[in-house]
Design a protein around this ligand. Sequence first.
Ligand SMILES: [Zn+2]
Length: 524
Amino acid sequence: MNSTPSRIPTLPRLVTEWNDSGDGQVRCTLRGSGPAYRTLFRVTLRLYDTAARAVRGFEAITPGRVSVYVCGATVQGVPHIGHLRSAVCFDILVRWLEASGYQVTYCRNVTDIDDKILRAADAAGTPWWALAERNLRAFTRSYDAVGCRPPDVEPRATGHIPEMIALMGRLIDGGHAYPAGGDVYFDVRTASDYGVLSGQRLADIRPADDTDRPGYKRDPRDFALWKGAKPAEPSWESPWGSGRPGWHLECSAMSTKYLGPVFDIHGGGLDLLFPHHENERAQSLAAGDGFARYWLHNGLLEMAEQKMSKSLGNVLLVTEILTKVRPQELRYYLGQAHYRSGLEYSEEALDEAAAAYQRIERFVTRAVRALGGAPSAAPAATLVPGTAPPGETPALDLPISFTAAMDDDLGVPAALAAVHAAVRDGNYALTTGDTESIGGCLAQVRSMLAVLGLDPLNPVWESGDSGDRLYAVVDALAGLALRQREAARARGDYASADSIRDTLANIGVTVEDTPEGPRWELRR
Ligand SMILES: [Zn+2]
């Protein structure tokens, strides 16, 4: 009998330091927190699966790889912060999977043909495709602004009509769909467990209101896969007459095309659970595809206890909110709650989140300065999951309290508690001048924030080349003012010195007198 050599990971390469911090928490500094680390510590990611209504241990279909499909925007308008919350929640999921050593394929679709788009284009007097294109650009800008890792593919419905027609053909051949009056409908009574995902019995499900020709349906709950062409509306040819796809069909067709007939994780907002996700699942299972293994839903952003959506008219546009806070503060606000909980919008909560993030930033700034200006951790690029060269695990330095929180159904509130604990330790180290501890805390804080997409030193938060140039100019001007203040003090003219300091304060420049001379900082 041949014996297979056991593949035990080498300990010294993985664990560099165990550290009893004295507060009841034992910290471990790990290098290369990839699959080997997870095997060694028997760590399992657990995720709440809506279909199971339970937290389940995550097992990838293919070891080391994860496929993720997230329902993206219907681009009938510009994004509001409810859209961004969903994007940030799933961005954190993808970053955590990548930080855990998985190679992630992330697909997020764009619905660029839909009743709502046609209505909005009509109202604006714009071609529907131009309206969709313009709004899609606004979505991309917003995702980029808050540092979301772009999906690996962002397929559009209009680019996948042949795939949708092929899927409809399979459903009709299998007796699960039928053409009627130029439309094609899915026959919900042929799906053995229709309603299971959203937890409804078939008898309790309301009629689908997705057509103005309901008379053609065999059952009022049947939903449209294909809508027969109407005058002045866009349409495509199909074996059942020209028309355009219903909303649900695209996600089944596109997830199969890019991720295969069965994939790991399907995500989306809780508002998509029914009918959209129920119908996606019914179509794909009826066609014989395994479809999603885990269903994740993010809670909604609410205002005055109502879901934030365009139809309710309580929209808070991303462009508008970014005049109140910086993008990284908005991201902190949107990501800080557990992804499954609802988030009720208030300006006070937004301000509190911004202040909490600024506390972290202040530590990072002071720590970098104390260490002589060079960040002690790995270069920013390697700290950002998804940006490391292929095959290289990002060099993250994560305390166990953080990894345990993230593995527990992405427990960001507890993970942020670990960030703030490290910031407190780091601030203490700054008061004692303990350089080694400052460096250790800085590396941990930056690593944890990188996983959450919030590393303050990530170049994504810089406002481009002009930002660097402006900083240089402001630095020179502030330096000039500070030299004049020093000169005034030297000649005993304290009134002028104070006046310069007050003037700087009024324009948002805080001056700190240090043993090495005065330093300036922009007030946040
Ligand atoms: Zn979808």
